[in-house]
Design a protein around this ligand. Structure first.
Ligand code: HEM
Length: 124
């Protein structure tokens, strides 16, 4: 099912989704400060290309970044329940703004929730 998302949303839909997400992240008081301040464009591209790849589109992400190793790549950032929940909240808002079709939204939300929970790396 995840592999079908790119077919339905296209690169354009996923590009718009990630743009709407990062527009919120940049000024967010909880997770905004975790992101390298001068690398927003590239950070946006990395998440966009990852989702395009994971949802069944181009494998540009893999060509440029190699194996995703997402947990390892998030270890430099302190991620607990608050950061996880905020990431998911902002992504939920971005999905609403870009009008992700209602049959796809729960599938994506479930995927995001699972991955976000795996990124937690702070004892609480
Ligand atoms: C749980 C809350 C999360 C926080 C606070 C968080 C934060 C971050 C930060 C600060 C970066 C570095 C920005 C950059 O230079 O690329 C990053 C990278 C990235 N994140 Fe997250 N993230 C979270 C969850 C997720 C989830 C759920 C996904 C996927 C569904 C994801 C996918 C990525 C990807 C693909 C990268 C770039 C990896 C690379 O190629 O270097 N993140 N994240």
């Amino acid at each position: 099912m995840l592999q079908k998302l790119h077919e339905r949303l296209g690169e354009e839909g996923l590009t718009n989704l990630v743009a709407a997400f990062y527009r919120r992240v940049r000024t967010d008081d909880v997770i905004g400060p975790l992101y390298p301040p001068n690398d927003w464009e590239q950070a946006e591209k990395r998440l966009r290309d990852f989702l395009i790849y994971r949802f069944g589109g181009s494998d540009r992400y893999i060509q440029e970044r190699g194996h995703p190793r997402l947990r390892g790549r998030h270890l430099p950032f302190s991620i607990g329940v608050a950061e996880r929940d905020r990431w998911l909240d902002l992504m939920g808002q971005a999905m609403q703004e870009t009008e992700v079709p209602e049959d796809l939204a729960p599938v994506m939300a479930e995927f995001f929730a699972q991955v976000a929970d795996m990124m937690r790396n702070r004892e609480e």
